[in-house]
Design a protein. Structure first.
Lengths: 112, 114
């Protein structure tokens, strides 16, 4: 089993702060990386699907970058709001397989 | 509305009593899969299906069975549940098994085996 690691495990930020967290994944045979947002008592919802080295994706105040050569992706949230509070999951997919390997997530709490 | 529907959402059962968790999607997706979520661990794949009558083991298949007789349905069967199968279960689907496709998750099923 390939390991996908996310850091930090959890963090608290003040409303208005910008923040970022990391997803590390095996770089060999990389195929794609997904980011999901998971709110308490709901199901994970897709944020980004990234496949190319150097990819940058943006959705509102949230953006993500991808470095497939070194095996990491950053998720950025600009001007955090309380409604951004959630667990952010990443999943790595290796070419030749149909298995999504999920990290354990980063739990974000934005304090008003 | 595009959705993945799981039932039951909450269940307490006893060791050894066979149960089935149903999963249905209305998006005509080819790929469906089951995950379990346990504290401190990421979502772990139990089984997946590339299409009707095509299923394969994920990373933690022991103690589970699945079937894919119709494209929209992918039930998870626990023939003889044990307490270590107490977990939060998610069914998911995507357009195809290609990893560029977004995964859509169901709302989750909390299962407790006593």
């Amino acid at each position: 089993i390939l390991n996908v690691e996310q850091s930090p495990q959890s963090l608290h930020v003040q409303e208005g702060d910008s923040t970022n967290f990391t997803c590390s994944f095996p770089s060999s045979n990389f195929y794609a990386l997904h980011w999901y947002r998971w709110e308490t008592a709901k199901s994970p919802k897709a944020l980004f699907v990234m496949t190319l080295n150097g990819d940058e994706k943006k959705k509102g105040r949230i953006s993500a970058t991808l470095n497939t050569k070194e095996g990491y992706s950053y998720l950025y949230i600009k001007g955090s709001q309380p409604e951004d509070s959630a667990t952010y999951l990443c999943a790595s997919i290796t070419s030749g397989t149909y298995k999504y390997i999920f990290g354990t997530g980063t739990r974000l709490k934005v304090l008003a | 509305e595009a959705q993945v529907t799981q039932n039951p959402r909450y269940l307490i059962t006893v060791t050894g009593k066979k149960l089935t968790v149903t999963c249905s999607q209305n998006m005509n997706h080819e790929y469906m899969s089951w995950y379990r979520q346990d504290p401190g661990l990421g979502l772990r794949q139990i089984y997946y299906s590339m299409n009707v009558e095509v299923t394969d083991k994920g990373d933690v298949p022991e103690g589970y069975k699945v079937s894919r007789k119709e494209k929209r349905n992918f039930p998870l069967i626990l023939e003889s549940p044990s307490p270590n199968q107490t977990s939060l279960y998610f069914c998911a689907s995507s357009f195809s098994g290609l990893s560029g496709n977004t995964i859509y998750f169901g709302e989750g099923s909390w299962l407790t085996v006593v």
